[in-house]
Design a protein around this ligand. Structure first.
Ligand SMILES: [Zn+2]
Length: 68
């Protein structure tokens, strides 16, 4: 298990589509994949995708996209 470089909390493994990453629930740190270039403004869309992912985890029945 990896640890958050910011606060040392054990990072959680997450999957966003084809991308797999780790994130910290404590301080919000997210290890962004290399191919996902995230600098400045892109950080916002990443956070959005992140929140959407959390919604699915909390409310799996909410997902309404076919996924195909
Ligand atoms: Zn952290």
């Amino acid at each position: 298990m990896e640890e958050c470089p910011r606060c040392g909390t054990t990072l959680e493994r997450l999957s966003l589509g084809d991308a797999t990453t780790v994130a910290c629930n404590r301080c919000g740190f997210a290890d962004v994949p290399v191919e996902f270039e995230s600098e400045g403004e892109d950080l916002e869309s990443w956070t959005e995708a992140f929140e959407r992912f959390h919604e699915r985890v909390v409310d799996p029945e909410r997902r309404d996209d076919g996924g195909s």
